[in-house]
Write a new protein. Structure first.
Length: 123
C-alpha cells in the first residue's frame, strides 16, 4: 500500500481555514493599530488596549447605515480592500456606545422619536 505523505483532504482544509483565521486576526490588529495612531491598538478616548473590546468607529457616525448602503459584511475587510480610508477611529465598545448615546445615534432614540412624533400627531 502506498502511504501518502503530507496533509490531505479535510486536514488540509482545516489548516487552510486556520491560516485564514490567523490572517484575518492580524489584519484586524493592524487596522485597529492604524486607527488608534499607535503600534499598540487602543481606544483613543479612554486608552483601553484590550483588543477583544476594541472596534472601528465611524467618526461621522451612523456606521450601520454606511454598512447597509455599501453592503459591507465585515468592516475590517472593507477597510483593507479600500486601502485604509479616512473617517474611522479605534474605540472600545464602552466609548463607542457612549458616543452613540451622546450623538443620539442609537436605535432606541430613533424609535423614541417616531413614538414622540406620533404622540404629537394624535393629540
Ligand atoms: Zn474607550
Amino acid at each position: 500500500m502506498k502511504v501518502k505523505r503530507g496533509i490531505y483532504g479535510y486536514d488540509k482544509y482545516l489548516l487552510k481555514r486556520e491560516k485564514e483565521k490567523q490572517e484575518r486576526l492580524e489584519r484586524k490588529l493592524l487596522i485597529l493599530s492604524y486607527y488608534s495612531g499607535s503600534d499598540i491598538p487602543h481606544c483613543i478616548i479612554c486608552g483601553l488596549n484590550d483588543t477583544d473590546a476594541l472596534c472601528i468607529d465611524h467618526i461621522e457616525g451612523y456606521g450601520n447605515k454606511h454598512k447597509k448602503d455599501e453592503r459591507i459584511g465585515n468592516i475590517y475587510e472593507w477597510i483593507w480592500d479600500n486601502n485604509f480610508p479616512d473617517g474611522f477611529q479605534t474605540l472600545c465598545y464602552n466609548c463607542n456606545r457612549k458616543k452613540q448615546v451622546r450623538n443620539n445615534e442609537t436605535r432606541e432614540r430613533y424609535v423614541y422619536e417616531i413614538h414622540r412624533n406620533q404622540d404629537i400627531k394624535y393629540k
